[in-house]
Design a protein around this ligand. Structure first.
Ligand code: NAD
Ligand code: IPM
Ligand code: MN
Length: 361
């Protein structure tokens, strides 16, 4: 029996609700397939601030470094919004991404046919959409120095620094080419090279790397145009590669056209470690109500099975189980449309488990 060690960081808001749902699914897969998933919880974000006085305690980093993979819920919430930027829950998330050197964040956005009515776009526009946003995750304006709020001539000035080294760009771009090569062989690189030097360098590196992948069709888009094309022709995208801040924004946009932010999983990969988390946040507006959509986190577990554990069959079956559950009509409120079956977090989780059992046999 294979043993896999998973560090579980529930975080705040709906984080614990969606993580507990996804773990139920994972344990059932363990029973069905004969694997042992050993989980250990660690604190991160606001709950870590409350208990330990810091959003990323040392023992959490240690736990993650010793695990085979990390599963994370979400961090943040109004309770901690008054804190200065460097003490906020979100710093915990940025810290763990950096500590594990998770430079490539894969955010697949796929339209499920049964959910087509839940998309804010017309069905003929959105049908067939299946893209992956590869977002650089450990550089850019998120980490660049200098940063801070300073005083100059008696007035406050806020400063952040957009910064990428050649190597930081190259490693994530290479990963994106590799992913595109295994899919429909189309890569869209997104930048703002008409204005920013960082982006001009980004584009140079992408061009250099493309020579190693002659069979991948390459397109460059400026980020403003890309934001527009994602709603105009979403199904034309295969893999999008971009920097940290542009990727943050474009992946929420890509997510919602599939029906809901509550559907989108992600894998944050480095050369040694990996962390899996939904793209959505802690959703304070619905936390504690038992209505959060657990699918983004359940699909993040599928990515973990595939990328960290090499359990391809299990991952495929889990993704199929989610699709069939949607075909059966189960919907959390965020994806509900008339004539479907409205369920909460627990109802959706049980429906996925039930479908998984049916598909397994
Ligand atoms: P959010 O993603 O938490 O919520 C945006 C909207 O989407 C809300 O209306 C919410 O109810 C809905 N939503 C999100 N996930 C859902 C789900 N699973 N099911 C149903 N509906 C869902 O973004 P926000 O409101 O901008 O941020 C709230 C907090 O979360 C902030 O503190 C922010 O910093 C944090 N945040 C954390 C992460 C993360 O941990 N990875 C990501 C984004 C935001
Ligand atoms: C995300 C979030 C985070 C980010 C925040 C909460 C730090 O929006 O994971 O998309 O900006 O990376
Ligand atoms: Mn985001």
């Amino acid at each position: 029996m294979a043993l896999f060690k998973i560090a579980v960081l529930e975080g705040d808001g709906i984080g614990p609700e969606v993580v507990s749902a996804a773990l139920k699914v994972l344990y059932r897969i363990g029973e069905l397939a004969g694997h042992h998933f050993e989980t250990e919880k660690g604190l991160i974000g606001g709950s870590a601030i409350d208990e330990k006085g810091t959003p990323l305690p040392e023992e959490t980093i240690k736990l993650c470094l010793e695990a085979d993979a990390v599963l994370l819920g979400a961090v943040g919430g109004p309770k901690w919004d008054h804190l200065p930027t460097e003490e906020r829950p979100e710093r915990g998330l940025l810290g763990i991404r950096k500590a594990l050197d998770l430079y490539a964040n894969l955010r697949p956005a796929k339209v499920y046919e049964p959910l087509i009515e839940a998309s804010p776009l017309k069905r003929e526009v959105v049908r067939g959409t299946d893209m992956v946003v590869v977002r650089e995750l450990t550089g850019d304006v998120y980490y660049g120095e200098p940063r801070g709020i300073f005083t100059q001539d008696g007035k406050r000035v806020g400063i952040n620094t957009m910064r990428y080294t050649e190597d930081e760009i190259r490693r994530v771009v290479r990963k994106a080419f590799q992913i595109a090569n295994l899919r429909r062989k189309k890569l869209t690189s997104v930048d703002k090279s008409n204005v920013l030097e960082v982006s001009a360098l980004w584009r140079q590196i992408v061009e250099e790397e493309s020579k190693n992948f002659p069979e991948v069709e390459l397109e460059h888009l400026y980020v403003d145009n890309c934001a527009m094309q994602i709603v105009r022709r979403p199904s034309s995208f295969d893999v999008i590669v971009t920097g940290n801040i542009f990727g943050d924004i474009l992946s929420d946009e890509a997510a919602v056209i599939t029906g809901s932010l509550g559907m989108l999983p992600s894998a944050s990969l480095g050369d040694r470690y990996a962390l899996y988390e939904p793209v959505h946040g802690s959703a304070p507006d619905i936390a504690g109500k038992g209505v959060a959509n657990p699918i983004a986190t359940i699909l993040s577990v599928a990515l973990m099975l595939r990328y960290s554990f090499g359990l391809i069959r299990e991952a495929d079956l889990l993704e199929r189980a989610v699709e069939v559950t949607l075909e059966k009509g189960y919907r959390t409120p965020d994806i509900y449309t008339e004539g479907t079956i409205k369920v909460g977090t627990e109802g959706m989780t049980q429906a996925v488990i039930q479908t998984l059992e049916e598909l397994w046999s």
